[in-house]
Design a protein around this ligand. Sequence first.
Ligand code: ADP
Length: 243
Amino acid sequence: MSTLSAKGLRKSFGGVVAVDGADLDLHEGRINGLIGPNGSGKTTLFNIVTGMIKADSGTVRLGGTEVTGWSPHRIAHAGLGRTFQLCRVFPRLTVMENMLVSLRRPRLRDILGGLTSKADVEVAMGWLERVGLDHLAGTDARDLSYGQQKLLELAAVLMADPQLILLDEPAGGVNPALIDRIGDLVRDLNAEGRTFLIVEHNMAMVMSLCQHIIVFDRGRPIAAGPPAEIQSDPRVLEAYLGV
Ligand code: ADP
């Protein structure tokens, strides 16, 4: 079954057409990559399918349900999680507090006042162990390295147990050792049945991690296929190199 599909998405900002009648079809259980030159519309597409911005036209379906126009919160609730290009964590909250805030959006006062259930803390600790941050549970997020903050953001997304996860430049600004750890984690989570869509400029990571790659140029997909095919596709070379 198609886990995420979009038909005819279009979005303009003033006179700039960011997404130009794009279709998207993600199959369940794959690690999908979304690549393309700067300004080709990848982030706008991410923002449309996660409900952050509304498309001028077109439809988005998640599983069997049409989610066009739904709020980001409702879409997240339906099983779609995402991370951001510029990592979003609460710098003055501890690692554990960040995890609990993401869970049910309870009032901060309740978390800081210790009204969170023991079960929630255990689930949060389980995910922190998975990403290798359990020993930092009591540390303020602002004291983590940027790569660790990205792992925290992913762990917080996992609290909602999403079946489809969109990662916006997971390797950006991250040191090579942590890039490897993020890649291993994505592979493990995928082996458990989670589907990924990853926007990433680090081609080594994209080509080694993704099973299916979609190439965007000027607001729409121009090619899609396995890494070996994409790397030698003349349309892709043209989009990147302008040859
Ligand atoms: P990518 O993620 O592939 O780099 P974007 O989706 O960020 O591409 O941008 C696609 C085009 O839309 C670019 O020309 C960009 O300048 C424009 N754009 C994106 N967001 C906005 C915005 N909020 N306001 C105006 N123009 C925008």
